[in-house]
Design a protein around this ligand. Structure first.
Ligand code: F6P
Length: 577
């Protein structure tokens, strides 16, 4: 269906049918749905690419799911999905394909962008990354004074930071422990200052990661890193041994002084927030070793194939996307919580914030018309069990509906890529641990408690506790309403055996394709991000006003003018007058 003939979302009969169905479903409790159907959990559980999704604790019936998939079909999700994998320019406002699936196309079948197969280029850069990672890890790559590299700092922001930073945390169990790996993004000097203060420049390697190589924060941090390095090494030639670049912009890389030989390229068809599998993942690859990076790509690819091939009814990303539409557009849920029960996934909610909110935070449709429906939700979250002692109260007993994804693992991460130490499973000791490591028996003990909380929370959220149940506990009558849990709070449970590189890849791809599905349904461009430009433009102008010697002619609103004046009048470090 061509864009011009595409009917508006809310005019579709499938949308109207869902609106009518919502009127029936809004009063139905999960207690009733589970009581009605003993097979409910089985009916609403699916597995793919090492992940199991139980979506039975959602306020849906088989009819709801059938109506939602009918909507997805009417919106052209299948055609759009095929267009993405075929390299069509689905990022319309930038006239580009969004081909991150090519970066992890482990089957190596040709994938075309603008008529040419991108796989040879993808494989060539991947091979260069591997050679570089091995050279750094083995000590073959030396710093300017001949010392091996002991610290890597990735300098980047947004998609050039969040992906590798999140995945490095997630896969720390696989990381080389005698290599310090840090990620600097904020233009606040505190970030680069704290990241470098205990490091030796002659043993530190900076990876400057920026698709455009013009991003203010990254360039400022990179210049500061260069000055820090040269202050110690006192020779411009040192830059070649201590700086490499990841970018699409060779000209700017060379202008910065990095030898293009030390540049790892990627392509304009890789969106920043979808770039972890490109050379943007270089710091991660050095940290965890190429074989684990490749295992992560395998996991991405397995989920890509599932998304491309499974019918919508049995397609994990599509189901997550549709449930999001159900709560966002029909129940009016403004936010969606991401709750990983894994400390290693502590940066996952922040990573998904960019992936989801930068993709779906749009208010015009593909033809530039104002949409007449809600688009992206607010994505937020923290790892469990910490969140339970902080914001869970509001999810359990607050007045708002907050759908949530619970992500958990059957066993603690071992750093052994799916070959668990038998002791972890049985709770016995047996595998050799480093003297400073927590005994494996203790890890198993922690994990069972973590997972008991994981399962308890989704049960409590779904089923709550009724007035009658509270009263039975002999509670003072005036306290009864305070102790009642309404329940009927929807959750998805995503369970995997262990947080391995492959499982992490599948998990990220699951959310990428969820976001894609929602972008198609809401008829928006999920691959551009024009909304970040205005702030950048104004900051450029204001920077001049903050530093001007003479009193600037401020032409902002009265609030911004007054704040700038206040800043100018305060004594500051580095002030020239
Ligand atoms: O400002 C937003 C953004 O363009 C993101 O989309 C991107 O991931 C980030 O900035 C960093 O951009 P670059 O990799 O070009 O430095």
């Amino acid at each position: 269906m061509s864009q011009s003939t595409k009917p508006r979302l809310t005019d579709l009969p499938e949308w109207k049918a869902l609106a009518a169905h919502y009127e029936v479903m809004r009063g139905v409790h999960l207690r009733e749905l589970f009581a009605r159907d003993p097979q409910r959990a089985e009916r609403f559980t699916l597995s793919a690419a090492g992940l199991t999704l139980d979506y039975s604790k959602n306020r849906v019936t088989a009819e709801t799911m059938q109506r939602l998939t009918a909507l997805a079909r009417a919106c052209g999700v299948e055609t759009a999905r095929a267009a993405m994998f075929a390299g069509e320019p689905i990022n319309r406002t930038e006239n580009r394909p969004a081909l991150h699936v090519a970066l992890r196309n482990r089957s190596n079948t040709p994938i075309y962008a603008q008529g040419h197969d991108v796989m040879p280029e993808v494989n060539r850069v991947l091979a260069r990354m591997q050679a570089f990672a091995q050279a750094v890890r083995s000590g073959e790559w030396r710093g300017f004074t001949g010392k091996p590299i002991r610290a890597i700092i990735n300098i980047g922001i947004g998609g050039s930071d969040l992906g590798p930073a999140m995945a490095y945390e997630a896969l720390k169990a696989y990381a080389r422990r005698n290599l310090t790996v840090r990620f600097v993004s904020n233009v606040d000097a505190a970030h680069i200052g704290e990241a470098t203060r205990d490091l030796a420049p002659e043993e530190t390697l900076f990876i400057v990661t920026s698709k455009t190589f013009t991003t203010q924060e990254t360039m400022t941090n990179a210049q500061t890193a260069r000055a820090w390095c040269l202050a110690a090494l006192k020779d411009e030639k040192a830059v070649a041994r201590h700086f490499v670049a990841v970018s699409t912009n060779e000209k700017e890389v060379a202008r910065f002084g990095i030898d293009p030989q030390n540049m790892f390229e990627f392509w304009d068809w890789v969106g920043g927030r979808y770039s972890l599998c490109s050379a943007v993942g270089l710091a991660l690859m050095v940290a965890i070793a190429p074989e684990h990076f490749l295992a992560m790509l395998d996991g991405f690819h397995a989920m890509d194939r599932h998304f491309a091939e499974a019918p919508l009814e049995r397609n994990l990303p599509v189901i997550l996307g549709l449930l999001g539409v159900w709560y966002n557009n029909f129940f009016g849920a403004a936010t969606h919580a991401i709750l990983p029960y894994a400390q290693y996934l502590c940066r996952f909610p922040a990573y998904l914030q960019q992936a989801d909110m930068e993709s779906l935070g749009k208010s015009v449709d593909q033809q530039g018309r104002k949409v007449g429906w809600q688009t992206g939700q607010i994505i937020w979250g923290e790892p469990g069990t910490n969140g339970q002692h902080a914001f869970f109260q509001l999810i359990h007993q607050g007045t708002r509906l907050i759908p949530a994804d619970f992500i958990g693992f059957c066993r603690a991460a071992t750093g052994r890529a799916g070959q668990p130490c038998p002791a972890v499973l049985s709770g016995r000791t047996g595998c050799a641990a480093l003297p400073s490591e927590i005994p494996r028996r203790e890890i198993a003990n922690h994990h069972v408690k973590l997972m008991a909380n994981f399962f308890a929370q989704t049960e409590a959220l779904a089923f709550g506790r009724t007035t009658a149940e509270v009263a039975k506990q002999g509670v003072l009558p005036e306290l009864v309403p305070h102790k009642v849990f309404e329940g009927n709070r929807p959750t998805n449970t995503i369970l995997a055996e262990e947080l391995t590189p492959g499982v992490l890849g599948a998990l990220i791809a699951l959310y990428e394709h969820k976001i894609f599905t929602q972008g198609v349904i809401w008829d928006i461009d999920a691959f551009d991000q024009w909304g970040v430009e205005l702030g950048k433009e104004l900051a450029g102008r204001i920077q001049g006003e903050l530093t001007a010697k003479a009193e600037p002619d401020l032409r902002h609103d009265s609030s911004t003018n007054a704040l700038i004046q206040r800043y100018r009048q305060a004594p500051r470090m580095g002030a020239t007058s």
